[in-house]
Design a protein around this ligand. Structure first.
Ligand code: C2O
Ligand code: CU
Length: 489
């Protein structure tokens, strides 16, 4: 009891301290060097994405069936905040790393070199790769400093994905190691707007420009999740996205923060969600507010229109994941401006009512798995875990290839946990008995405090050891992680 009271009190203190930091950070000037590789669609206004466009990875293989790239993890001095130099951990020197843009069915080959001072790996978040390519510590020995590793796999699914390390991942992701992957499907509805990948994150940057240590505040940092004091959109502080009235944009939003949930709306504009983690969903879903847990993605259709104010600040809204009943002030994220250009009249003005066909996974006779997300106290030592034990004491779940399971994931704690399964998409059946309004492929799903989510998953023929964990990466470190061994019969 004393322990519980103490943690609640300290939790509040920590929140107060965090708000103070945010307030001190405030809005700053947008980045000054627009990235190369800007693909400005004719109907968008000049420079519409020049602040945020991601540099595409260079494909060194002329074979159209293969995308082959070189990726280097290395520290690069970048100016993230005006006047400060920050030694960011990068892929190929940029924050985020290069955009891997490919087509469904292509093979991706990545020659990876580790120029960091510590071991790392790359995990291809959401992609259905063979287990040996998954980059988790369960399947790959770490790439040592100076070492190399070749990743190679086929891109089986369209959608918006991302890559990040899976060793010391909370610290390494927080230092800047993340990049986006966009896989296009030539068979999807023709025009869903002009693509814009927006990777949302945060970074702890000290007054002298140095990075806040990834293990700052020890146990408290793990428990509350480390939220950097600087909010970033594609590595920039408060960049600007421009739009022309009537010219649709398709935002592919990725939450790459190690712990921060991203909640926002665009004042004066309507957002329609058309996809999530694993590409398009079956039907569009109008949204007032977008909420993305760490690791999750959303594809949004935005038809810009003139509003009371044509230049608005999109702000991060406190999602109150600890359910304290009090929210902190909003924080500026990016600027959205509808230009004075004449309105674009050639549509489309809305996404089609039927976006994609996804067959529901048949669950008759499915094996049931019950998982509880737990907080446990062993002699005053509070850890997070699954089914009452931290990952260090857990035994793997066993499953068989070519079978279907239904997982019940019950959050028994008083705060939210985004549940992530490696290797296989799942379909959410219900959250506390309420089914989702449309069908979609998920790999990360926020299970709110004291709620229960059920999902169906089919294991295709990719045997191996797969991880599942809370994607608040600090929570994974504190033990909320487990393993799934998918075996051949
Ligand atoms: Cu994106 Cu195991 O994580
Ligand atoms: Cu968690």
């Amino acid at each position: 009891m004393a322990q519980r009271m103490r943690t609640s009190f300290e939790r509040i203190l920590l929140c107060v301290a965090a708000f103070a930091l945010f307030a001190a950070c405030g809005p700053a000037k947008p980045g000054t060097t627009p990235d190369a590789g800007v693909i400005a669609a004719a109907r968008q206004p000049d420079g519409w994405d020049s602040d945020v466009a991601l540099k595409p990875a260079e494909d060194v293989n002329p074979d159209s069936r293969i995308v082959e790239i070189n990726l280097e993890a290395r520290v690069e001095n970048l100016q993230i905040k005006p006047g400060l130099t920050t030694p960011v951990w990068t892929y190929n020197g940029t924050l985020p790393g290069p955009l891997i843009h490919a087509k469904k069915g292509q093979r991706l080959i990545v020659h990876f070199t580790n120029h960091l001072a510590e071991p790392t790996t790359i995990h291809w978040h959401g992609l259905r790769v063979p287990a040996a390519m998954d980059g988790s510590e369960a399947m790959q020995s770490p790439v040592q400093p100076g070492g190399t590793f070749d990743y190679a796999f086929d891109l089986l699914d369209s959608g918006t994905y991302w890559y990040h390390p899976h060793i010391n991942s909370s610290a390494q992701v927080g230092y800047g190691l993340y990049g986006a992957i966009q896989v296009d499907d030539p068979d999807e509805p023709a025009d869903l707007g002009d693509d814009l990948v927006l990777m949302l994150s945060d970074m702890g940057i000290e007054a002298d420009g140095s990075l806040t240590p990834g293990d700052q505040s020890g146990w408290f940092g793990d428990y509350f999740g480390r939220q950097g004091n600087t909010l970033l959109v594609n590595g920039k502080v408060m960049p600007k996205v421009r739009a022309k009235a009537g010219a649709p944009q398709r935002w592919r939003v990725i939450n790459a923060a190690r712990a921060r949930f991203m909640k926002f709306s665009v004042p004066g504009q309507k957002l329609i969600r058309i996809g999530g983690d694993g590409g398009l969903m079956t039907a569009p879903q109008p949204l007032d507010v977008v909420l993305l847990a760490p690791g999750e993605r959303a594809e949004l259709f935005l038809l810009p229109k003139h509003a009371a104010q044509d230049s608005v600040t999109v702000q991060w809204i406190d999602p109150d994941i600890f359910h304290l009943g009090q929210v902190g002030p909003p924080i500026d994220l990016f600027q959205f401006e509808v230009t004075a250009d004449p309105e674009w009249k050639d549509g489309p003005t809305a996404p089609p009512a039927a976006l994609r066909t996804i067959d529901p996974i048949a669950t008759d006779g499915a094996v049931q798995q019950l998982l509880e997300l737990t907080e446990q106290n062993t002699n005053g030592n509070i850890t997070l875990g699954i089914n009452g034990v931290p990952s260090s004491q857990a035994t793997p779940l066993m499953a068989t290839v070519n079978t279907t399971e239904v997982w019940t994931v019950k959050n028994t704690t008083n705060y939210d946990h985004p549940f992530h399964l490696h290797g296989f998409f799942f379909q959410v059946l219900d959250l506390n008995g309420v089914p989702p309004s449309a069908t979609e492929w998920k790999d990360t799903f926020n299970v709110p405090a004291n709620k229960t989510m059920r999902f169906a998953v089919h294991y295709d023929n990719r045997p191996g050891m797969w991880m599942f964990h809370c994607h608040i990466l600090d929570h994974a470190d504190l033990g909320m992680m487990g393993m799934l061994h998918v075996m051949e019969p």
